[in-house]
Design a protein around this ligand. Sequence first.
Ligand code: AHR
Length: 517
Amino acid sequence: MKTSAYVFRYAVVLLTVVLPTILSAQQPVTVQIGKNTDSVQISKHIYGHFAEHLGRCIYDGLYVGEDNKIIPNTEGVRNDIIAALKELNIPNLRWPGGCFADTYHWKDGVGPQEDRPTIVNRWWGGTTEDNSFGTHNFLNLCEVLGAEPYLSANVGSGTVQELVDWMQYTNHDGVSPMADWRRENGREEPWNVKYWGVGNETWGCGGNMTAEYYSDIYRKYATFMSDWNNSGGVYRIASGASEDDYHWTETLMKNVPHNLMDAVALHDYAVFNWDAKGPSVNFDEEIYFKSMEQALKMEEYVTKHIAIMDKYDPEGNVDLFVDEWGGWYDAEPEVQNGVLYQQNTIRDVMIAGTVLNTFNNHAKRVKMANLAQMVNVLQAVILTDEEKMIKTPTYHVMNMYKVHQDALLLPSKIENNAEFRGLPVISVSASKAADNSVHISLVNIASKAEKAVEVNLGDLDIKNIKAQILTSEKLQDHNSFNDPDNVVPVEFKDFKLKKGVLSMDVPAHSLIVLEGK
Ligand code: AHR
């Protein structure tokens, strides 16, 4: 080939491929905030939590016992944890499991302590429990927190009668065997529990059932579930699929009459290899990338499960509850009884920020989500060590994002999004609160590069903006008992608002929540 032909060919490649790529990488990512035309509300229940009898979540975590004279507590629950959770406005709390739920017999956990049997927690470390934390403790705690309880019932090794009795015990106001027993045990008023899960992971630890078999079992349970004419209706939640098991959702939506089922669940953890999940702190960039790749799959899973639900339930009568989600790594080996105990870093900030943006953006169908788990287990918001308690980076995400609770969703469209090794770098969601303030949460998952972002506010009339940022120098940075405030949100001022366009450079691996008024 002649030299002139070479030059011509290179010039064409330069102009058509290389130059546009360079220019597009330099151009800002643009976000267009739209109008809330179909009045979708971001349910506050998307910001729910989950506490299981597992490792040090309940015993030696949340609950230190009523006789504990060293750690200040209310009915045995640590006061410092209660205060931290109140600040988060936690809307609901799911209990007692998880896998534990399908081994739990609630009657073992009420009445005089000396009459309660011990049990062996066969799923989680084989520890012996004395049943001192039971239904009263849990429901009283929810009252103190102002959170709706979500009880996960035992289907795997329980009975329909056991569940019906539990509902009567917690919800019946009149004279009945279970309501009378509740009064005998010191509680006059019913708690009016609304949210009831029918088994947990019934495809696995909840009984290894097929979707077809479980949908029949579910129908039977749902038939006998009742609010005992007292609590304004109960919410029956079917044990749902894991990750991309679309057959599970399809079978439930097809086989269960929708008047028997208020929500279908979904579980999805950011785990890239179940046999080697990697360390919670000393991970490298490769592991970080794999974790984020997995976390961002939530968008695909939720979209596809919703598409199935839309097919069978176009009116949107059945909700999607993602009642277990979060990052899951190898447990910290040195922590005693630390089953699934892990540290929490900037990687967890990235996971929580992007996943919560997904839930917000799908708020039309996603009506509840439960971060796993609340204290000392998996992506916990709180870690404890004897008298000490710390708030993890994920705690701060939940605190920054609480502004979205019950706000109207403002749809956002991202254009020219950049890539971090093939993954979209910027994630966003936006909402308008009852007082008309607008909140935009932005996440840049890139490990090293900051990214210019322009947010077009459309016809939102915003004059004053303030913002907070959560980030740290390294992805592995975290809070510890010696340095509890190493990762905390700080004020962010590096933005400009001009003619309805908000521009800023979003630093690498950072999360920003802006408030406009
Ligand atoms: O959250 C830990 C476990 O993960 C739960 O017990 C189970 O439901 C899931 O597999």
